[in-house]
Design a protein around this ligand. Structure first.
Ligand code: IPD
Ligand code: CA
Length: 268
């Protein structure tokens, strides 16, 4: 794919994330009620997730009809050039009226994430990266922090019911015993963007999907950090452990994750 074709997709992704953010904000904290459906225990989806999913899917299909699309809410398949989208990451926060969610859009070419855009519409922060071109927040270059010791690190340890509470508690115990400040803000995409911005020093979670993390992982790498590979396979429904952090924390966080990161397939 030419540079011009990638640039066109990058500009498109930025504008699409902003449009999606405007839709999210029209629904956020609406007193006339937001339709919330329980997909599973503590796994919510709202009318806004579906509206944004449709907006993004339709926009990609009409502008780049040959590109594949995989989204959290309407599925899809992996192809050589594919968009991987979470319309709202942090739906639990969004549905409760809590600021702490983001739109996540990635573009992958032959298995390599080339474009990553995460937009937090509440604070209007647009996090963007193109492979080899750096990572930026609202136009300012981002760099991960210089933290290299657990005793100085703030690490987000994400949790979902796709892993056992005992594994999560064991991971938290190892992080706390190593001296980390542990946080859990409820959006992996936004958490990874905070790592890229140098506000926290790492993000770990035992099981996440491609739509949650592809954009955010590229942000961290392009901000000079370390991110575990997240290969796209099959129909894209396979979840994997995620670790993204400063280079100095990579080994220590791997040790903390050991034993708590079984690879699980998405339950239907
Ligand atoms: C969830 C969020 C959460 C993470 C979960 C994800 P959703 O995505 O990213 O932070 O811990 O594993 O499922 O459901 O809000 O799109
Ligand atoms: Ca998600």
């Amino acid at each position: 794919m030419s540079d011009a074709a990638l640039s066109a997709r990058y500009d498109f992704a930025v504008s699409l994330a902003q449009q999606a953010g405007a839709v999210a904000m029209r629904h956020f904290r609406r007193s006339d009620g937001l339709r919330i459906i329980e997909k599973g225990p503590q796994d919510l989806v709202t009318a806004a997730d579906h509206a944004i999913d449709a907006l993004i899917r339709n926009a990609i299909q009409s502008r780049f009809p040959d590109d594949g699309i995989l989204t959290e809410e309407s599925g899809g398949d992996i192809s050589a050039q594919v968009w991987v989208v979470d319309p709202i990451d942090g739906t639990g926060n969004f549905a409760r009226g809590i600021a702490g969610f983001a739109i996540s859009i990635a573009f992958s070419l032959n298995g390599d994430t080339r474009i990553g855009v995460v937009f937090d519409p509440v604070v209007e922060e647009l996090f963007v990266a193109r492979r080899g071109h750096g990572a930026f927040c609202n136009g300012e270059r981002m760099r991960v922090s210089t933290t290299a010791t657990m005793g100085r690190a703030a690490v987000e340890a994400g949790y979902s019911r796709r892993t056992s509470s005992s594994d999560y508690l064991a991971l938290m115990a190892r992080l706390l015993d190593a001296g980390c400040e542990c946080v859990q803000f409820g959006s992996a995409a936004r958490g990874l963007a905070q790592v890229a911005a140098g506000r926290i020093d790492g993000y770990v979670e035992a099981h996440l999907f491609a739509w949650d993390v592809l954009a955010g992982l590229l942000l961290v790498e392009e901000a000079g950090g370390y991110a575990d590979p997240f290969p796209l396979e099959g129909n894209g429904q396979k979840g994997l452990p995620v670790r993204a952090c400063t280079r100095g924390l990579a080994r220590q966080l791997q040790e903390a994750m050991n034993g708590a990161s079984d690879r699980l397939d998405k339950m239907s």
